[in-house]
Design a protein around this ligand. Structure first.
Ligand code: AHR
Length: 507
């Protein structure tokens, strides 16, 4: 058994947690919408065609904000197609995913569904093939109460009350050569600045997200952020980060340490934001919207699933339906730990995505919906990470990785809910061989722990590649970790190999 210590500094300034960090993402891609959240013929479907079993799982997941409608999809999207009488909505080609979009579900239907899952709308505008005017039109249609052509059109389309979207993404991954309308940082920065200023003329209270790099492995990373923020700094509130991780070439050791990469990525984007702030002598603070993050076996998509053919445009094909393992769930839990640790600057995030497409929730047409392994760390972190993040330090054994050199075997973060006094500790053990006894110390030493009770749940399995599937949907679930206890002023818990754990301490 190895030993690690988490030293929680109650004297340090706490970081208030923005619950938008527990956001997600629904793109018109594969079976995310059709045969995912929406399946009118399903036995659980409600009057509007939405699957109630999926609504229940999304609610259980604890998602606060949902980014919509893309993703790469948005760069070919005409929002007008997705509103108005359904029988008049056109079917279009979706070039991003080589599919056909029927527009049966559009802005109105999606907003109605969001009310069912108690989540807020985060809308993306198309700055790939469209521009400022179309973004303004969508804003007017979505948010203006009445008195203009587009506000009245919304009312005549059945929705008097505006959608009231507060967060808006100024395009998607505009640095990526795969993006329709891909631009240089300079061209995109100018377009984003013009669009942001115009949108703020409609409503200065909007929160605007400018596109950062689609990954920090992009050759333009860093310079892209500097140039784009050079154009937009005082007109936006967030710059986006996107990161996907996967186990490559059987290197589970490096994969389990993916959060080391996310930590460094966030630090570098923050440094670039603050460099631009300094150059501009600005008082304004730009934060990070980590609006795409997850494990994604992208190689599988590129080499197996990709759809081609000039006459082959399926509706809602099975795309990006990754089946997640216990190890994937441990990485997802650790990525959340990384973002919580950076909660001073990561003020919004979107797990990409939500249903069927690289998703914590899977569905079968006419059949069940179930939780993937990655569902659990997200749901439990969203449930128990309340209040503030309390700065802490991990003292842990280290081990070697091919991708990141020596890494801490244990990573952890702590939140304190000031309203209830509850302390929550989220921890991973990245070792494949050793259990680790984690001791949580709360200085000042020598005083008794104020807590009287601890509960803990751990996600692990003797097979780190075990999954939940249609045939065995409950193979993996978090189990109560009975090793968690109060020992004097400290909390002690045993973390099995390749595991994610939450410990909750109450008065
Ligand atoms: O989430 C899947 C895709 O990943 C999104 O459409 C795109 O923005 C990113 O490359």
């Amino acid at each position: 058994m190895l030993h690690a210590r988490l030293i929680v500094d109650h004297t340090a300034t706490r970081i208030p947690l923005d619950r938008r960090i527990f956001g997600s993402f629904v793109e018109h891609l594969g079976r995310a919408v059709y045969d995912g959240i929406y399946e009118p013929a399903h036995p659980t479907a409600d009057g509007a065609g939405f699957r109630r079993d999926v609504i229940d799982l999304v609610t259980e997941l604890g998602v606060t904000t949902i980014r919509y409608p893309g993703g790469n999809f948005v760069s070919g999207f005409r929002w007008e197609d997705s509103v108005g009488p359904r029988e008049q909505r056109p079917t279009r080609l979706d070039l991003a995913w080589h599919s056909r979009e029927t527009n049966e579900v559009g802005l109105h239907e999606f907003a109605d569904w969001l009310e069912r899952v108690d989540s807020d709308l985060m809308l993306a505008v198309n700055l790939g093939t469209r521009g400022t005017l179309e973004a303004l039109d969508l804003l007017e249609y979505a948010n203006l109460e009445s008195g203009t052509a587009l506000a009245e059109l919304r009312t005549s389309n059945g929705r008097e009350r505006p959608f009231g979207a507060r967060m808006w993404c100024l395009g998607n991954e505009m640095d990526g050569p795969w993006q329709i309308g891909h631009r240089s940082a300079d061209d995109y920065g100018k377009l984003a600045a013009q669009t942001a200023r115009a949108m703020r003329m409609v409503d200065p209270e909007l929160e605007l997200v400018v596109c950062g790099s689609s990954s920090w492995s992009m050759p333009t990373f860093g310079e892209w952020e500097r140039v784009v923020l050079g154009h937009t700094y005082d007109d936006v509130d967030f710059i986006s980060c996107h990161a996907y991780y996967e186990e490559r070439d059987g290197d589970l050791t490096s994969f389990l340490a993916s959060a080391v990469d996310m930590d460094a990525f966030i630090d570098q984007v923050v440094a670039t934001i603050d460099h631009v702030k300094a150059v501009k002598r600005s008082d304004h603070v730009v934060n990070i919207s980590f609006d795409e993050w997850n494990v994604w076996y992208n190689d599988r998509f590129e080499n197996v699933d990709k759809i081609t053919g000039a006459q082959n445009w399926p509706v809602a094909p099975r795309l990006l339906e990754d089946v997640y393992t216990v190890a994937d769930a441990v990485v997802v839990g650790n990525l959340l730990i990384s973002m919580l640790r950076h909660a001073d600057r990561v003020r919004s995030a979107s797990l990409a995505q939500l249903v069927n497409v690289i998703a914590p929730i899977m569905t079968e047409p006419g059949g069940p919906a179930w939780r993937q392994t990655t569902f659990f760390p997200f749901a439990l972190t969203s449930r128990f990470a309340r209040g503030s993040v309390v700065p802490s330090r991990v003292e842990s054994p280290q081990h070697a990785t091919r991708a990141y050199g020596d890494v801490l075997t244990v990573d952890a973060v702590t939140t304190l809910d000031e309203a209830t006094g509850r302390l929550s500790v989220f921890a991973v053990n990245r070792s494949q061989t050793d259990s680790v006894e984690l001791t949580v110390t709360m200085p000042p030493r020598g005083t008794r722990s104020p807590f009287t009770h601890v509960d803990s749940w751990t996600l692990n399995d003797s097979d780190p590649h075990a999954t939940n599937t249609l045939d065995a949907p409950e193979r993996i679930r978090p189990k109560e970790n009975t090793s968690a206890s109060l020992r004097g002023e400290e909390i002690v818990v045993t973390l099995p190999p390749v595991s994610w754990t939450v410990v909750v301490a109450d008065h």
